[in-house]
Write a protein that binds this ligand. Structure first.
Ligand code: NOJ
Length: 745
């Protein structure tokens, strides 16, 4: 009877192929069924258990001896253990010294590189270059898969509109459309098209769901939102990751609709499995089953485990809740054998797809590890992606600097900091491998130039004792380059800030240097949008470089010395001050849209509504001129999409890349619609004087939304189509979507 149940489970639930990835053969499926038949309850629970090794600390440590657990067959997956040799030994213990010899699954937070560290994810997203983002994930996967790893806890696809939240650095910014395209690119990059290939990893879409909407930007804080907002703004990147074939999902720490995500049947079963048809496995975030006790929805760990398994969790990360209590829950009939079997099958399926049952050591290859890690091609790619991620926020003509005959004063706490370049979640990345801006400039400046260096101040604190040296250097120089911002640990997990300014006395230093009369170039390194109006007023040029990774210094130098033309565009709005937060381009109009001379309209007394730098914004060393956009017709319909075109000309004197952005506004809906929604973008490379025509197609699918009755579909009426270089600088035409009926695509 149990065998029959298993077959039904196999065929009915987890045999739906996603994306174009290979699925289990019938023979492999049968092998798993037979294995399941042989497993004791304890061994099954072992497969649902993920423990951290003692290598890296990415959360509270609960258990000491994971090796004993491996030998006892009580653990199915290990994270934070890596390198070919080490993981081979752990794998040997599991495969050769346990009763059933089931291979372990090794996971790790390979977020923006394994050893060759790329820019932080928010920075990469600023490239808007999906190919580059995919390639970055490919490099990360190739290095990690050579170092014994099978699984990355990435991509983080949480939309966030609150820069106080430190984890905004790990995602793709504020926009569901851009976030979805980037989620797909990252999943494709990590997973490739063959999960068993030894240069790919399985990916994990996290944190499901709405973690980026933590109240007041405080990490782990409560999330509450309407179902419509959830579905419009926060779920799309998860669905995009799923459609790209992602093999695992990680639950979020937060509650949503009053239920912690790790206990949410609605999220983990009704949406993820029933509505979306996900056939991979769900892992919790770190001890988040246990955390349902302080959340206040269960009284103890046993009950927490029951809630989690029943909700749809397959694997318990580090909480040891399934490990300690699930057997008892089964005895008491609080969970069923079929529920446990289902979770085990989902995990074994992925192990099988990874090829671990054929060769459990295939990902632990010392020679491949040596050849792959920090390979020259990887470092080059990291430098290229870093260049593409940088956003020129201001330039009065001081940039680019000449390489020869210049006296440059390089100032600031981040000019020569290797560790800060790596950003948070830098996996196995080592600070010693990172090349700073100082080192890069020393290397790249012509002998006729001079580089003076002074630290000036620290990122934090009140110490101004370094100011005189920095001012003296600036006085002697033709230009001062100030590398300022945040320390790497000021963003990422558990790194919320209530202020968005430059910490410490860095702004004071910038102002003091400016007073010397020497032009000031500010090179920002930070993991979130900063509110820096005074820096904007003071500096002659500002380059946002995020945390640019191992090759960050050379990439910054490529840009400030003019070898590369900056092309990054902000994937997130930069506010003027914290009080404006949340501030994002896709807001609603309200019933009293802002009118400067009318007091009773939506605005502040002390700050404009507009951001300091809008979504999509970024400058370069050339200029682009947009022609008048035109639509192919005045109307469109389900059968006849409309085309929307614009001519873009490079009006400067050097080649450059423009990111042409396409936004839509649905003017009247059964529910209020955002004033703008990104619906497409195109990157074009233009030589000086060259013109290209960019055409976007708008279909009814593109304008579908959750209508007043929560049905999903479009509504007829007027739409405004916008095009331009950012969300604030747009031209538009109006078209009508014609049809008498409301259609549901
Ligand atoms: C907690 C974080 O929220 C998650 O993103 C990460 O993958 C795990 N810790 C494992 O380190």
């Amino acid at each position: 009877m149990r065998f029959l149940c298993t077959i039904i489970l196999v065929l009915g639930v987890w045999y739906t192929p996603q994306a174009q990835l290979p699925e289990l053969t019938d023979e492999q499926a049968k092998q798993i069924e037979e294995l399941l038949d042989d497993m004791t309850t304890e061994e099954k629970i072992g497969q649902l258990t993920l423990f951290t090794s003692d290598w890296d600390v990415t959360g509270p440590t609960l258990r000491g001896n994971y090796k004993e657990d491996i030998l006892a067959g009580k653990v199915g997956a290990i994270f934070n253990a890596h390198t070919a040799d080490y993981n081979r030994e752990l794998q040997r213990m599991s495969v050769e010294e346990t009763r059933l010899g089931i291979p372990l699954l090794f996971g790790y937070d390979v977020i923006h590189g394994y050893k060759t560290i790329f820019p932080i994810s928010l920075g990469e997203s600023a490239s808007w270059d999906l190919e580059a983002i995919e390639e970055s994930a490919q490099v990360a996967a190739a290095e990690a898969a050579a170092a014994g790893l099978h699984w990355t806890f990435a991509p983080m696809v949480d939309i966030s509109r609150d820069p106080r939240w430190g984890r905004i650095s790990e995602g793709a910014g504020e926009d569901p459309y851009l976030g979805s395209r980037i989620a797909e690119a990252r999943v494709r990059g990590f997973q490739g098209d063959d999960l068993a290939a030894t240069n790919t990893l399985i990916a994990c879409a996290k944190h499901f769901a709405a973690y980026g909407a933590a109240q007041a930007g405080r990490d782990y804080h409560t999330v509450d939102m309407s179902e419509r907002v959830l579905r419009h703004d926060f779920l799309p990147p998860f669905k995009a990751a799923l459609d790209a074939g992602v093999q695992s999902f990680m639950t979020a720490f937060n509650e949503l609709f009053g239920v912690p995500a790790s206990g949410s049947h609605y999220l983990l079963t009704e949406i993820l499995r029933d509505e979306w048809g996900f056939n991979g496995f769900v892992v919790t975030d770190y001890t988040s089953i246990n955390e349902m006790i302080p959340h206040g929805v269960v009284a103890d760990e046993k009950e927490a485990g029951e809630l989690a398994l029943t909700a749809g969790v397959d694997m318990d990360m580090q909480g040891a809740v399934f490990y300690n209590h699930l057997r008892q829950s089964l005895k008491e009939g609080k969970v069923t054998e079929a529920q446990i079997d289902q979770a085990v099958m989902r995990i074994l399926r992925v192990k099988m797809l990874l090829g671990l049952f054929d060769d459990p050591y295939r990902y632990s290859d010392v020679q491949r590890q040596e050849e792959t890690i920090l390979a020259e091609a990887h470092l080059e790619k990291a430098r290229e992606v870093a260049r593409k991620s940088m956003v020129l926020l201001k330039n009065n003509g001081v940039l680019p600097l000449s390489k020869s005959g210049q006296k440059i004063a390089l100032i600031g706490p981040l000019a020569d900091s290797q560790a800060d370049l790596l950003g948070s979640w830098h996996a196995a990345g080592s600070a010693e491998d990172a090349i700073t801006l100082k080192t890069a400039l020393e290397d790249m400046l012509a002998p006729s130039s001079t580089l003076l260096h002074a630290r000036g101040c620290e990122v934090e604190g009140e110490d101004r004792s370094g100011f005189p040296e920095a001012l003296a250097a600036a006085r002697q120089a033709d230009v001062a380059v100030l590398a300022v911002g945040e320390n790497w640990w000021m963003s990422g997990e558990a790194a919320s800030r209530s202020e968005l300014d430059l910490p410490g006395v860095q702004l004071e230093l910038i102002k003091a240097i400016k007073e010397t009369g020497t032009p000031v170039v500010v090179v920002l390194m930070n993991g979130r949008p900063l509110a820096i109006p005074e820096v904007d007023e003071t500096a002659d040029a500002i380059l946002e470089t995020w945390f640019a990774g191992t090759m960050g210094g050379p990439a910054i130098a490529d840009i400030i010395l003019g070898d590369a033309n900056p092309s990054g565009r902000l994937p997130v709005t930069f506010p003027r001050n914290v009080g404006q937060v949340p501030l994002y381009y896709s807001m609603k109009n309200t019933g009293r849209p802002m009118e400067p001379n009318n007091k009773y309209t939506t605005k502040y007394l002390d700050v404009p509504n507009t951001p300091l730098y809008p979504f999509g914004y970024g400058l370069g060393y050339t200029t682009f001129e947009y022609g008048e956009p035109s639509a192919s017709a005045e109307t469109f319909s389900e059968k006849n999409p409309v085309e929307f075109s614009v001519k873009v000309r490079n009006t400067g004197d050097r080649a450059g890349r423009e990111t042409v952005q396409f936004y839509v506004r649905d003017l009247v809906g059964s529910v209020t619609r955002p004033v703008l929604q990104l619906k497409g973008f195109r990157q074009i490379d233009l030589e000086p004087g060259e013109t290209k025509t960019v055409t976007f197609t708008l279909t009814t699918d593109d304008v579908a939304f959750y209508r007043r009755d929560m049905s999903y579909g479009w509504e007829p009426g007027d739409f405004e189509l916008f095009v331009g270089p950012n969300a604030q600088d747009l031209q538009s035409v109006r078209v009508e979507l014609t049809s008498n009926k409301k259609s549901n695509p």
